[in-house]
Design a protein around this ligand. Structure first.
Ligand code: DC
Length: 225
């Protein structure tokens, strides 16, 4: 098989897709693409240079020239570590707004596709299986109810010592889902050939072992891993 092996993990925020994708990549020793981080960094730049989210041309230009690099899990903007700053709810919302711009998505396509390198790639996002890597051999779409996703986020934020309001989080998650799935450019949706898993009642370990089973079916030579 000459094609590069790709596993896509798409789904709404808080579904556990980031944790799953990262764990899979580490387990398989494959490359990992956190596409959400790219949109988050772009959102941060838009905030910093203080341009309106409506200035489509300027934002697309920023997307084309963004001095972003990754060092493992760290996101570096012109060498500055912005990992913490892009993980806030505000950064997630800003990312979701810039991500709705078709020119921005086009500008970031080649960048994302460059991650597909041997021995393989696990790509995490919203449109990995539908638009960026439609040729992926295994596509997972991970969902969970908005209430469960808000509860998970609430727990994470509390553990970090941040004060949050659960009802507010549920509302924000619903808004972000609505924006991500209703946009015309690469909306959040499962690819037709994706395996959809609902993690509402499942632990991350249960999700992981189901997906590893699927990985072994898809790539039989990896069954010893
Ligand atoms: O996965 P995340 O929560 O870090 O993503 C932040 C936002 O970026 C999300 O609300 C929508 C956008 N996004 C996207 O449009 N396409 C992707 N492939 C990844 C993220």
């Amino acid at each position: 098989m000459n094609e590069i092996r790709i596993i896509t993990v798409d789904g709404p925020s808080g579904s556990g897709k980031g944790t799953l994708a990262q764990r899979l990549a580490a387990h398989l020793k494959w490359h990992f693409l956190d596409s959400g981080a790219i949109y988050r960094v772009l959102g941060l730049m838009v905030d910093r240079v203080d341009i309106s989210v409506d200035s489509v041309g300027k934002i697309a230009e920023l997307a084309r020239s963004m001095p972003l690099s990754f060092d493992g899990e760290r996101a570096l903007l012109s060498g500055e570590d912005v990992t913490g700053e892009i993980r806030t709810e505000t950064a997630g919302n800003q990312a979701s707004k810039v991500a709705a711009i078709p020119e921005v998505r086009t500008a970031l396509l080649a960048w994302q596709r460059d991650y597909a390198k041997p021995p393989g790639l696990v790509a995490d996002g919203r449109d990995m299986g539908t638009v960026v890597f439609p040729q992926a051999q295994l596509k997972i779409f991970l969902t969970a109810s908005p209430e469960e996703r808000a509860k998970r986020r609430y727990k994470q934020l509390k553990e970090k010592g941040l004060g949050v309001n659960l009802a507010g989080l549920i509302e924000e998650i619903r808004e972000r889902d609505e924006r991500d799935s209703q946009r015309t450019a690469a909306p959040l949706k499962a690819a037709e050939d994706a395996l959809t898993l609902d993690s509402t009642q499942l632990s991350i370990d249960e999700v992981f072992s189901q997906v590893v089973g699927k990985v072994h079916e898809t790539f039989p030579d990896l069954s010893g891993i």
